[in-house]
Design a protein around this ligand. Structure first.
Ligand code: MET
Ligand SMILES: [Zn+2]
Length: 755
């Protein structure tokens, strides 16, 4: 069915309809229903998949056990979606680890070194490595806190045969339950742009061959629609990349044997990629109408548009009028109500959160509620319901100007004051903050929550852990000690629990990577700090040692980035409110005699807008928030920061702008790649490129650490180099950590001698 174009803008566009579009309009294929979601959480409402994966990895469960757990979760999801009234169900949105990795496997893009053993062994070797083999790289999925496995596609990569097995199996599984589904794959452009290797788009032809084979297999299975996810199209794309988009979808569209193609964009507006898609012979386009504009293109008259009016990223209820206004504004062959992106990034169900204030709970929508919203909006739209009031522009109110609060002297003055106070050796050895978290400690927290352990007993346990961590660091001879963060369930949640303006959930888990989940707090009101948060732990640790203990705080950008945020204030103002709370904590640590304070910002880059035009303003706000949190410190208080990714080049100026006295970054995991970057050599303050990859159980040898240290000393003056791991140690065991730190201390000692 074609909509009658209305409005002058549309009329103008109509004049441009080209004959080939007319042909497309005639061949419009209909979508199976008026509502859908682009994806759904898969870890399980109670993290069932996490448990199944971890017991499989530990060898406590078989591959069959794992498969059964996966099948159970998929069944539960399809039944739930259908039960809520959703018309068109996706499949292949489940994953045992990551959907980008799944697509790599489906395309036969498995690097030769992993091709041994069972399919499960190959898959998990790519994801997690083996005793002798490092895993593929992992990095953040666009501006989310989800991490995907980076495909490795070089000029010489040999693609194996395409393997539609997983997608076909899910289609059949759903069909056996009575559901026809739309399998989801990462699309070719996004897949290649996310891959690591030189000019991966050069391999477009080979990859398209793989997609053609997958699409043919799915068509043979009787699949009507396939969804190809192309979030990379909402970022700035070069003319060559846009040409690749056209070429790819012209070619896939022209395949003789294929299902209808829904190309899904999300995390922003398609911008200049819209014409490329609209003018290609695909049948449907999914657009993000939460962050993006209503798409306008005459060729949409012959296509299905899945209108993402329900956010896949935020947890607030959808503004019904705004959604209806968007839906009515779309000119397309068929409008389907959907989500803006997969619901992977939100928790399962608000109803499980019985502990939340009812007034807050009423404002929230998690995945289940969002599906219900999609279904309801589809019904309203189908019955012609119009918005009740004119759409309110979603622009948040402007924040009041913020007074600059800078107090610190230039770095050389501070460095001298700190050297006098701390008298550290050259190449000081330290850690990033957390020490191994024991199961006992986690169990104890659960017992406190359940009321079966007293606060006092828990405190005693935490103090015991601090004593243990300090003892280990003393014995091994580290120079700057930490208390080990035993009191923290999570570096953001812990602060959220102790600040006003945040709520925390009980079951609001969101997948971060593989089996790992986080429970993002909900930042719903004005932030303030009722009282000191970390001071008693830091001062207790300091009372146990003559060495300096580094106070450990999470920074305002990271606390904000890893929370679900209010959307009625500009991001910058939200970050500044958090910064003021952290600033007060820094002041209290200082007053309690702590001479070094680390303010972690691992998420500094996470909210970096995907479009270049928006990035500077974001970074200015993020840097402003960090400085607001730390600039109250006196000159002799050493401020550290920690960022745990190595592609710092993108934000080198911002890292410099933080003006921290010491910055630690990930380096070991990426083999010291960061040291080659010009920004590193130009860095003028203390720097600790990680020399111990904590993501792996492997203990680095003294020689390995010496090598990484040597590489750092080749580009930086020894007086500014720190010796530390890539990140916190909480996921490792004490034996691993002690052996590794001993090697760090030995390597530092030999490097000092060589100076
Ligand atoms: C993800 S960054 C982690 C920093 C934190 N201080 C820790 O050591 O765990
Ligand atoms: Zn880290």
């Amino acid at each position: 069915m074609l909509c009658e174009p209305t409005g002058s803008r549309q009329d103008a566009l109509d004049l441009q309809i080209r004959p080939e579009w007319k042909e497309l309009i005639v061949t419009a294929v209909s979508f199976p229903g008026t509502s859908t979601v682009l994806g759904y959480p898969r870890i399980g409402p109670r993290r069932e998949l996490k448990r199944a994966l971890e017991s499989y990895w530990e060898g406590a469960a078989s591959a069959d056990d794992l498969r059964a757990a996966g099948a159970g979760l998929r069944e539960q999801t399809w039944r739930r979606l259908a039960g809520l009234g959703l018309a068109a169900l996706p499949s292949n949105t489940f994953s045992y680890y990551d959907q980008v990795l799944d697509t790599a496997v489906a395309l036969g893009a498995v690097p030769a070194r992993y091709r041994a053993g069972t399919p499960e062994q190959t898959y998990f070797a790519m994801a997690r490595g083996t005793a002798g083999l490092a895993p593929l790289r992992m990095t953040k999925w666009f501006d989310t806190n989800y991490h995907y496995i980076v495909p490795e596609i070089g000029p010489d990569t040999e693609f194996g045969p395409a393997d539609p097995g997983k997608a076909l199996a899910e289609v059949r599984e759903a069909r056996a339950l009575g559901y026809e589904t739309r399998p989801v794959l990462v699309g070719p452009i996004t897949f290649l742009l996310l891959a690591q290797g030189t000019a991966p788009l050069d391999r477009l032809d080979d990859v398209l061959g793989g997609y053609a084979a997958l699409l043919a297999a799915l068509a043979d299975e009787g699949v009507d629609w396939v969804q190809l996810d192309e979030p990379a199209l909402v970022a700035d794309r070069t003319p060559a990349e846009l040409a690749a988009v056209r070429a790819a979808y012209d070619r896939l569209g022209a395949l003789p044997r294929r299902p209808a193609l829904l190309v899904a964009s999300y995390f922003g507006d398609l911008g200049e990629a819209l014409p490329a898609l609209a003018e290609s012979p695909i049948e449907g386009i999914a657009v993000d109408l939460v962050r993006g504009e209503v798409p306008r293109h005459p060729a949409l008259a012959g296509k299905v548009v899945v209108a993402g009016v329900v956010s896949g990223r935020e947890v607030w209820r959808t503004d019904r009028d705004r959604a209806l206004a968007s839906l009515h504004a779309i000119q397309a062959g068929q409008v389907v109500v959907g989500t803006a992106g997969s619901l992977l990034h939100v928790p399962y169900d608000v109803e499980a959160e019985t502990g939340l204030e009812p007034a807050l709970r009423d404002r929230l929508a998690f995945a289940e509620q969002k599906v219900a919203e999609v279904v309801e909006l589809a019904e309203l739209f189908a019955s012609g319901v119009r918005p009740q009031r004119a759409a309110v522009p979603s622009r948040p109110r402007e924040s009041a100007p913020v007074a600059e609060r800078e107090g610190r002297s230039p770095y050389p003055v501070r460095a001298a004051a700190q050297a006098g106070r701390l008298s550290l050796p050259v190449l000081p050895v330290t850690t990033i903050g957390s020490f191994p978290q024991t199961g006992e400690l986690r169990a104890a927290r659960a017992q406190v929550a359940a009321g079966t352990l007293t606060e006092a007993d828990y405190e005693a346990l935490v103090r015991g852990e601090i004593e243990h961590a300090i003892g280990v660091q003393e014995r091994l001879g580290l120079d700057v000690l930490v208390h080990g963060e035993p009191e923290r369930n999570d570096m953001v949640q812990y602060f959220a629990e102790h600040l006003d303006g945040f709520a925390v959930t009980r079951h609001g888990w969101v997948q971060s990577y593989g089996s790992r989940c986080t429970r993002p707090p909900i930042l719903h009101g004005d932030v303030s700090r009722p009282g000191p948060i970390t001071v008693r732990w830091a001062t207790y640790a300091q009372s146990l040692t003559a060495k300096p203990v580094k106070g450990m705080l999470t920074g305002p950008v990271t606390i904000t980035a890893w929370s679900f945020r209010r959307d009625d204030l500009p991001l910058r103002e939200v970050m500044y409110q958090v910064a003021d709370a952290i600033r007060a904590e820094v002041a209290d640590l200082e007053a309690a005699g702590i001479g070094i304070v680390q303010v972690d910002e691992p998420a500094l880059r996470e909210l970096l807008p995907l479009r270049r035009a928006d990035q500077d303003a974001y970074l200015a706000g993020a840097v402003g928030a960090y400085r607001r949190a730390t600039s109250g410190a006196g000159d002799s208080t050493q401020i550290h920061t920690h960022l745990c990714y190595s592609d710092a080049d993108q934000i080198a100026a911002a890292i410099d702008g933080l003006d921290a006295d010491v910055t630690s970054v990930e380096s070991a995991r990426s083999d010291g790649r960061i040291l080659a970057e010009s920004a590193v050599g130009a860095f003028t303050r203390g720097l600790g490129p990680g020399v111990y990859d904590i993501h792996s159980p492997r203990v680095p040898s003294v020689t390995e650490v010496e090598k990484l240290l040597g590489a750092a000393l080749a580009v930086l003056p020894a007086g500014r180099v720190w010796v530390n791991p890539d990140c916190g140690l909480k996921t490792r065991t004490y034996p691993q950590v002690e052996a590794a730190l001993a090697n760090l201390v030995t390597a530092a000692a030999s490097a000092r001698q060589a100076l």
